[in-house]
Design a protein around this ligand. Structure first.
Ligand code: MN
Length: 197
């Protein structure tokens, strides 16, 4: 996982690495609110709260691991959304490379992994994130995190995440969170996930 550093004392808005019209299973309307409004607010709040916090100049992962309260909520949401938006793309929609080997070793098959991941997302009560991470023993684990939670705080290396806050899917899928979760596999670029190992 590559770290995100502040530039001149402030974290920057990440740019979408694809055209917002092209994802299909997430509409450009959802993306414009989710990236342009929700993430922007988290970035702005984080930058306001950094001043005087003792976390100035540190990488975002350090802020996420060690801060609390409102600062943590905004730092976590900036990191989580950056990882979420960066993992989509037009190619590599099946696991490749090392991540493919690990999924088959630890879950038996890609299909079994995807079903378990979707179930963890569907059963997360309220707002949060479902994650695929690497644990200290080098095994893949799926975890649920409430609100702004990130597996870094539990000593895991986060690799893949689906946002299950309603703002991520409500305009396109209304209450059908399970349909949103199963559709996301169509736009995951597994070269990004493999690169986070
Ligand atoms: Mn979100």
């Amino acid at each position: 996982m590559k770290d995100i550093m502040p530039v001149n004392g402030a974290f920057e808005m990440m740019a979408l690495p694809y055209d917002a019209e092209t994802l299909g299973v997430i509409s450009s309307n959802t993306l414009s609110f989710h990236h342009g409004k929700h993430l922007k607010t988290y970035v702005d709040n984080l930058n306001k709260m950094l001043s005087g916090s003792g976390f100035e100049g540190l990488p975002l992962s350090d802020v996420v691991k060690r801060s609390e309260g409102a600062l943590f909520n905004n730092a976590g949401q900036v990191l989580n959304h950056t990882m979420y938006f960066e993992q989509f793309g037009a190619a590599n929609h099946q696991p490749i490379g090392k991540i493919s080997e690990l999924i088959n070793r630890d879950f038996g098959s890609v299909e079994t992994f995807q079903k378990e991941f979707e179930a963890k997302g569907a059963t997360l009560f309220g707002s949060g994130w479902v994650w695929l991470s690497l644990n200290a023993e080098g095994r893949l684990v799926i975890t649920q995190e409430a609100n702004a939670g990130n597996p870094l705080r539990g000593g895991l290396t986060p690799l893949l995440t689906f946002d299950v806050w309603e703002h991520a899917y409500y305009l396109d899928y209304q209450n059908r969170r399970a349909d949103y979760l199963s559709a996301l596999w169509q736009i995951i670029d597994w070269s990004v996930i493999d690169g986070r190992l």
